[in-house]
Design a binder for this molecule. Structure first.
Ligand SMILES: [Zn+2]
Ligand SMILES: [Zn+2]
Length: 448
């Protein structure tokens, strides 16, 4: 497998129109959308915890598919999507144990965990080989309807020039071969279109999201903002090499999010972009360490059933939040504002920040330049009026009341508890609440 993979870790007009309708409920007589969204467990729905980004020995992970499935089940996850690079776990494939990423250690652990009638191995010219289980075999062995769901995915692993452009397709039905393109934007759009076309052709829900935008500093806010049919990105990816925080030259993933939202809700006339958290796990044998490990980031989806269709429907309705440790009980958004209730742990404090952009924000931007004054191909610099912190409080509940001109408001909750196995050293446990459209979106003509 390539070392590049090691470092890594996605239309038809009909589909776009139908999706756009989901995000743009009709306005009421007051002129503002009356779509009250209450996210809380009830008799018909519950929160499901899942990871949407996982690598195994089928690409550049160092663990067997079934062992990874067991790890997530044992760590209180409800669903897991396998997303190996440009491959589905379907063919007959034998690997040399000594040459595999997990080597004998992984094999021995597999043998111990599944001692009888499971592991298929053989000797070939003195070399121990083991047959990788297929996705369907692992589902049959480990998944349990209504209790633990395994989903077929793919990390569509593409690039533009040297920039890695990776997109995950969740519940993919057929392999998506990366399509390339003449720009970063075109690569993202081409692969998005391929997933949407497959979704239409097969009639199966397939969820596409853009992975780790700051991996290899590949993707700018301007690139991603204008993509049609792709409304999800990784605001948090657990791989230590993906630069979630940005640096002096590059915007953080949260800054990228706010720029995208401000652009989409005004000049681009596109739907909200939602933020997800994932593991992007590759390394399963030394936890915790500074490698790319499971258990760092996940999504909590409020859904009626533990099925790909129900989960994807609710993801696309924005009925979820992203987390690296903080658990929420309830999120309510309506015409008045956004309210959050946290499932607080003892001896832990929580800071809630409501972040957004107002309709009259300054849209001007300037390029980032190097020491010689040469323009760099990175996210441009914008006014602080994009992604303003409107309110900040501590406690296990917080509420933000719209004042009249907010395009959107989202929330970030930060715990005083250090993440036990962070993506970046010093990270605290956090949660990211999805942006809610504000009354300013109507004034800007986006509440269409
Ligand atoms: Zn990955
Ligand atoms: Zn990747």
């Amino acid at each position: 497998m390539s070392r590049h993979w090691r470092w890594c870790c996605a239309a038809s007009l009909t589909a776009l129109v139908s999706l756009a309708c989901l995000w743009n409920p009709p306005a009421n007589s007051t002129g503002f959308s009356a779509n009250q969204k209450i996210l809380a467990a009830n008799n018909a729905e519950r929160w499901y915890r899942g990871n949407l980004h996982t690598h195994s020995l089928w690409s550049d992970g160092d663990e067997y598919l079934e062992m990874i499935a067991v790890w997530y089940r044992d760590h209180k996850y409800d669903f897991l999507c396998f997303t190996d690079h440009n491959v589905l776990q379907r063919a007959e494939r034998w690997i040399d144990v000594d040459k595999s990423a997990g080597k004998l250690l992984a094999y021995d652990k597999l043998r111990t965990r599944f001692p009888e009638n499971w592991v298929e191995d053989r000797m070939v010219e003195g070399r121990l080989q083991v047959k990788l289980k297929t996705f369907d075999e692992v589902v049959q062995k480990i998944a349990e309807p209504g209790k633990y769901l395994l989903v077929q995915g793919e990390e569509i692993t593409d690039k533009f020039q040297k920039k890695p452009i990776h997109m995950n397709a969740t519940n993919v039905q057929e392999l998506v071969v990366p399509l390339g393109g003449e720009s970063v934007y075109e690569v993202i759009q081409n692969n998005t279109n391929a997933v949407i076309a497959q979704r239409e052709r097969t009639g199966q829900p397939i969820f596409v999201h853009l992975n780790h935008p700051n991996f290899g500093w590949a993707i700018t806010a301007e690139d991603l903002a204008k993509v049609r049919g792709e409304n999800f990105f990784e605001v948090y990816n657990g791989h230590p090499g993906v630069n979630n925080r940005g640096d002096d030259i590059h915007a953080s993933t949260e800054r990228i999010w706010d720029i995208i939202l401000a652009k989409r809700l005004t000049e681009l006339d596109l739907p909200l972009m939602y933020g997800i958290a994932t593991d992007d796990g590759h390394d399963y044998h030394q936890i915790p360490s500074r490698k790319s490990e499971p258990g760092r980031g996940w999504v909590m989806v409020l859904a009626g059933e533990l099925t790909p269709a129900s989960l994807i429907e609710n993801l696309e309705l924005g009925r979820f939040y992203a987390s690296s440790g903080v658990t929420l009980n309830r999120v309510v958004s309506d015409e008045k504002g956004l309210t959050i209730d946290i499932a607080g742990e003892s001896d832990v404090e929580y800071t809630v920040e409501f972040i957004g952009t107002r309709s009259g924000f300054d849209p001007e931007s300037t390029p980032v330049v190097d020491k010689e004054g040469k323009e760099l191909n990175v996210t441009r610099r914008y006014s602080d009026e994009i992604g303003t912190t409107f309110a900040k409080s501590t406690g296990t509940s917080a509420s933000y009341q719209f004042t009249g001109d907010e395009l959107y408001v989202r929330a970030r909750i930060t715990s005083t508890k250090i993440h036990p196995n962070p993506s970046a050293v010093g990270d605290f446990e956090q949660a990211w609440v999805q942006p809610a459209l504000g009354p300013g979106a109507k004034k800007s003509g986006t509440d269409r």
